[in-house]
Design a protein around this ligand. Structure first.
Ligand code: GLY
Ligand code: MN
Ligand code: MN
Length: 512
C-alpha cells in the first residue's frame, strides 16, 4: 500500500459551465456516475468518489474467498425513513451493501453466491435485486438506475426486480448449502395480515424474505463480522478519500477559528454549526458526516452535546466536534479554541497542554510494530492525562479512576470509515494493523464540583485526530494534521485570521 501519496494542496479546478460540457441526458441513473456527474466522479473507471468499479469487484471476491463453496451472502439495503407523514429523512444506504457495490438506491438487496473454488470469476455470482425503472415515479423523483443500471454500471451478473426477492432467493437457497445473513429488520415469520403496520420496523419492503431465509431450516451464519474484517483495513483508495474528507474538514475548522477577531465572529453555536456544514460542502465534501457538537464553555462537559442552541461567549472556549463526509467516508475532528483574540486564559492553557500532549503521544502509538490495541492506547491515555495533570495544583494527587470516572469519562477512540463508529464488530482488544483508521480523541472535562479548583471548573476540551495506523512509526498518517492544534498556531489564527490565497474558493472537482 502506498499511503504516502499526499493530495495536492490545490486539488481543484473551477469548471467552465456551459451546456456544451453537460453530459448527455440519455443516460439516466439514480446516483452520480462519471457519465452523468463528472464533477463528482471525475475519473473514468470510478464508481463512487475515489473508488473504482474494479475495487468493488475485488471486495466482493475477497468476501467470497472467506465463504465456503455453495454458499450465499445476502445483504439487505436500507429503506427510506419518514420523519412525519410523507416527509422523509435523507436516505442513508446500508454501509455493508455500499461497501460491496457502491449502490445508493433504497429497497435493494445484494446476493453474493460462491459456487466453487476454482479461483476465477465464474466462482462468484453477483446478484442485484433492485427497484425497476418506473416512469411515473421518475416523473416525481428523477431518474433511477433500474435493473439495466445495476447490470450495465454496477457490474451485476444477474439482476431481478426486488419485489420478487422472496421467490428469487428461495430458488437460490435450493442450490446452496450455507447462508450468511443478518436479520437486521427483525421481521418475524407471521404472515403480513396478522401484523400491525408498526411491527415491521422499517423493513416491510422485504417482507417474506425472513420466512424464506430463517424458515428454510438451514444454518444461518452472521455476515456482519466477515464484512467488518474487510472494512477495518482500508485500501489506499479509501485512505485517499478519507484524507480528502479530513483535509477539507480541517480547512473548514481553521476558517472558523480565523473568524474570531473579524467582524464575522460567530455569535451562536447554531450559526457556527451551520457554517461548518456549509464549508465542508463548499470545500468538496458531500455533506456533514454527523450532527456536530458546537459547545460554548461548559456545554462541552456533555460529551455528545448536539443541541447547539446557546450563545457563544467571549471569555469561554469554543469546542467543536465535527467533520465532513465524502464518497460515504467520514472525517471526525474535535478542536477547542478561545473565542477572543486575547487567546487562552491560564487555566484553559494548562488543561489544553495536558490534552494536547496526550493526543500527540497516543498518535505515536498507532504503529503496528508496537503491538498496541485500541484498548492499550486507551489505558495509556488515562495514565498520560494523570501524569501530565500532576504539574497543576489541585490535580496533583489523582489516581486513574479519578481520571476515567470524573474527568475523562469516554474512550480514546474508535475505527473510522463509512460509519463514524466503524466496524464495532472488531474488538478493542485486537492488535492494531497497518491500514486501520482510528480516531485519537483524549479529553478533559472539569465538573462544577468543589473537589476541583474553581477557575478550572466548566472547562471541556477534546482534541481529536483521524489516524492511519502505519507498519512502522514513519508510516503513521495523521489525516487531520491540517487542522491547527498547537497553542501558538491557534492564537495566531484567532488573532490574524487566514490570508492564504484561494482558501475561500468553492471546490467543484476533486482530484480523486
Ligand atoms: N463525533 C463522535 C465521536 O467523536 O465519536
Ligand atoms: Mn468526534
Ligand atoms: Mn470520534
Amino acid at each position: 500500500m502506498h499511503f504516502h501519496r499526499i493530495l495536492r494542496t490545490n486539488f481543484y479546478q473551477i469548471r467552465c459551465l456551459s451546456l456544451k460540457t453537460r453530459p448527455p441526458r440519455s443516460i439516466k441513473l439514480g446516483q452520480p456516475t462519471y457519465e452523468t456527474r463528472s464533477h463528482i466522479i471525475p475519473k473514468p473507471g470510478n464508481l463512487t468518489p475515489g473508488v473504482s468499479a474494479l475495487e468493488y469487484y475485488q471486495r466482493r471476491l475477497k468476501l467470497a474467498s472467506k465463504l465456503p463453496v455453495n454458499s450465499l451472502a445476502i445483504v439487505l439495503g436500507n429503506t427510506t425513513k419518514f420523519s412525519s407523514g410523507s416527509v422523509f429523512y435523507e436516505f442513508q444506504q446500508d454501509n455493508n451493501l455500499y461497501y460491496l457495490s457502491g449502490w445508493l438506491e433504497p429497497d435493494s438487496i445484494l446476493v453474493i453466491e460462491k459456487k466453487s473454488d476454482i479461483g476465477n470469476e465464474d466462482d462468484v455470482v453477483f446478484h442485484m435485486l433492485v427497484p425497476p425503472k418506473n416512469e411515473h415515479r421518475e416523473l416525481w423523483e428523477g431518474s433511477k438506475s433500474g435493473l439495466e443500471g445495476a447490470y450495465d454500471f454496477f457490474n451485476a451478473d444477474l439482476v431481478e426486480d426486488v419485489s420478487k426477492a422472496a421467490t428469487y432467493i428461495k430458488n437460490l437457497m435450493k442450490t446452496n448449502k450455507t447462508v450468511y445473513y443478518d436479520n437486521k429488520y427483525n421481521i418475524d415469520l407471521k404472515p403480513a395480515s396478522t401484523k400491525s403496520f408498526f411491527n415491521f420496523g422499517g423493513g416491510e419492503k422485504f417482507y417474506g424474505l425472513n420466512e424464506v431465509i430463517l424458515g428454510s431450516g438451514k444454518v444461518i451464519n452472521p455476515l456482519n463480522k466477515l464484512i467488518a474484517e474487510l472494512r477495518s483495513v482500508k485500501s489506499s483508495a479509501e485512505i485517499e478519500v478519507m484524507h480528502a474528507a479530513c483535509q477539507i474538514s480541517s480547512r473548514a475548522i481553521n476558517k472558523a477559528m480565523g473568524q474570531v477577531s473579524t467582524k464575522n465572529l460567530f455569535q451562536t453555536e447554531k450559526t457556527l454549526a451551520k457554517y461548518l456544514d456549509y464549508q465542508f460542502v463548499k470545500g468538496g465534501c458531500d455533506k456533514q458526516a454527523y450532527i456536530p457538537v458546537v459547545a460554548s464553555g461548559s456545554n462541552a462537559l456533555s460529551i455528545h452535546y448536539t443541541r447547539n442552541d446557546d450563545l457563544l461567549y467571549h471569555d469561554e472556549l469554543v469546542f467543536i466536534d465535527a467533520g465532513g463526509k465524502l464518497g460515504g467516508y467520514c472525517a471526525d475532528i474535535s478542536r477547542a479554541w478561545p473565542n477572543y483574540k486575547r487567546g487562552f486564559s491560564e487555566p484553559q492553557r494548562d488543561l489544553y497542554e495536558v490534552v494536547l500532549a496526550t493526543n500527540k503521544k497516543c498518535i505515536e502509538l498507532c504503529d503496528e510494530s508496537l503491538n498496541y490495541s485500541l484498548h492499550d492506547i486507551h489505558e495509556f491515555s488515562v495514565n498520560s492525562l494523570r501524569k501530565e495533570l500532576q504539574n497543576i495544583p489541585g490535580f496533583d494527587n489523582l489516581n486513574n479512576q479519578d481520571i476515567s470516572r470524573q474527568l475523562y469519562p469516554h474512550y480514546i477512540g474508535h475505527h473510522l470509515g463509512l460509519d463514524l463508529h466503524d466496524v464495532p464488530q472488531i474488538s478493542r482488544f485486537n492488535k492494531l494493523k497497518e491500514g486501520n483508521v482510528i480516531t485519537i480523541e483524549p479529553g478533559l472535562y472539569i465538573p462544577f464540583d468543589d473537589r476541583w479548583p474553581k477557575h478550572f471548573q466548566g472547562i471541556g476540551i477534546r482534541i481529536e485526530d483521524d489516524i492511519v495506523v502505519g507498519k512502522s512509526n514513519d508510516e503513521i498518517i495523521n489525516l487531520s494534521s491540517g487542522c491547527v492544534k498547537e497553542i501558538s498556531d491557534i492564537e495566531s489564527l484567532i488573532q490574524g485570521g487566514i490570508s492564504t490565497p484561494g482558501v475561500d474558493d468553492e471546490l467543484v472537482v476533486l482530484d480523486i
